[in-house]
Design a protein around this ligand. Structure first.
Ligand code: UDP
Length: 477
């Protein structure tokens, strides 16, 4: 490379949700490590929260030219932004507002942006990039299996396999998602497919965003060839330029450890205050004795569901670390707080309840032997990398299909989809932690080994990232 040529200037833009930011900011950091000038664009609201709980400026200050910028998410300041609030971003007027701000920024920014890495769910970013003639790389942060199911929605509808005809129809196999014909049931389709009318705005929105992907210059996926090879082959029939560079956390860890050695500290990107005391609690527990319970940043549940989960955990007699995120229990704030306080009191020594955990550190702690998860894609990959078997209780979006792949294809856990019953929770926890412990631990350990090799020098994800870096350089010329 000509040392006189300035590095490419890449603008990186995630959907303003914790899971998306986690995955996208890691790609931004990887590109910064490669010497690119990065402008990371966060929503005003999330930037304020990040600054409150993390030292984001100091962490990224080490990369020359790394700039943090903010943009409106289009919603009024006082909007609560909880639950599936982000769907509001896709209403025409809101989307127009964000689109206009992005366009203005791109027209005025110096040095000019050479390439955009846009979250693959933000179709309007692709529109603006095309309008201004800037190359665009799509980064789809959800799982490849869900991407492929979303992509296939028009075909599923065309074949008359949707809508689902009531609860008795949920176990019917879907035959029109190539590569998934043997295991994808109606109940495993992404949650947007659980509508009675195929013209429903949510199913149209998801399909519309996904079907735009072939227009991008490249598609980056947070997976590895060895994990999702068959589905990646299917996706490549529509989007030939796919880069599987994941698991992104593991990729970043490998590259930064090589560069900085033990002095490397990962950036704890968090929109909530992290409770580090749970690590001291874990330190006191025997190896593989604790089940970690967390449902990510969006899932909400009724107090009845919370009590069923908690009762099942208590009855299993296993130790547990339970994340109950503030405002995640549906109902009046005071009532929700009461039920959480009661849980704290009654849990006593068997468990530890926190608002928000340092999840990757928890999953890699020797005391943790299982993960009761909502099957968010980041959580799934983090569990795979740590070799921790899962019990899957999916909430929405790609989680329904992720949990099916985890249990039916990879066989590294159990699927509790559509059930919330203390007896089932107890049984599954005992299965994973005691009765079938060896079976699940072995399969999870094997998967961790294969996956971690992908991000080592010469591994498929490592090589794919090098190729992506070079291709962005070429696109930026
Ligand atoms: N997470 C965390 N602490 C918690 C719970 C979650 O740091 O107590 C992180 C987790 O490591 C993951 C992200 O939040 O990277 C959640 O993303 P995921 O895709 O699993 O689910 P989402 O929140 O998007 O539903």
């Amino acid at each position: 490379m000509d040392t006189q040529t300035p590095p490419p200037h890449v603008l990186v833009f995630p959907v303003p949700l914790q899971g998306h930011i986690n995955a996208v900011i890691k790609l931004a950091e990887l590109l910064a490590v490669a010497g690119f000038k990065i402008t990371f664009l966060n929503s005003d609201h999330n930037h304020e929260r990040l600054v409150k709980f993390t030292d984001i400026a100091a962490h990224f200050g080490r990369y020359p030219g790394f700039e943090l910028r903010t943009i409106t998410d289009g919603l009024p300041q006082e909007h609560p932004r909880s639950g599936d609030w982000f769907l509001g971003m896709f209403e025409d007027a809101t989307e127009m507002k964000v689109k206009q701000s992005l366009r203005d920024m791109l027209v005025n920014i110096t040095p000019p942006v050479d390439c955009i890495v846009g979250d693959g769910f933000l179709g309007f970013v692709l529109d603006v990039a095309k309008e201004l003639g800037i190359p665009i790389v799509y980064y789809r942060t959800s799982s490849p299996c869900s991407f492929w199911a979303y992509y296939s929605i028009p075909d599923i509808i065309q074949a008359g396999e949707l809508p689902i005809k009531g609860s008795e129809d949920m176990d019917r196999l879907i035959t029109t998602v190539p590569g998934m014909e043997t295991y994808l049931r109606c109940r495993d389709l992404p949650s947007c497919c659980r509508v009675t009318d195929v013209e429903d705005p949510i199913i149209r929105l998801v399909a519309k965003q996904t079907l735009k992907s072939p227009q991008a210059d490249a598609l980056v996926l947070n997976t590895a060839e060895e994990l999702d090879g068959p589905i990646l082959s299917q996706i490549r029939t529509k989007c030939p330029n796919v880069y599987a560079i994941g698991p992104i956390s593991a990729q970043l860890n490998t590259r930064l450890k090589a560069k900085h050695g033990e002095s490397y500290h990962p950036f704890l990107n968090s929109l909530w205050e992290v409770d580090k005391k749970c690590i001291s609690w874990l330190d006191q527990q025997p190896n593989r004795s604790v089940i970690y319970v967390s449902f990510g940043s969006i899932t909400s549940m009724s107090r009845e569901q919370l009590v069923e989960l908690w009762s099942g955990l208590l009855n299993s007699k296993m130790k547990f670390l339970f994340v109950v995120r503030p405002n995640s229990v549906i109902g009046k704030d005071v009532e929700a707080e009461d039920v959480v306080r009661e849980l704290h009191e009654k849990t006593k020594d068997q468990g530890y309840i926190v608002d928000w955990a340092p999840q990757e550190e928890v999953l890699n702690h020797p005391a943790v032997g299982g993960f009761l998860t909502h099957s968010g894609w980041n959580s799934t990959l983090e569990s795979i990398v740590a070799g921790v078997p899962m019990i899957c209780w999916p909430y929405f979006a790609d989680q329904q299909v992720n949990s099916r792949v985890v249990t039916e294809v990879w066989k590294i856990g159990l699927d509790m989809k559509d059930v919330c019953d203390r007896k089932v929770v107890e049984k599954m926890v005992k299965d994973v932690m005691v009765d079938r412990k060896e079976e699940f631990s072995n399969s999870a350990a094997e998967m961790a080994k294969v996956t971690n090799q992908c991000v080592n020098v010469g591994g498929s994800s490592y090589t794919n990232l090098d190729r992506l870096i070079e291709d962005i350089r070429v696109m930026s010329m």
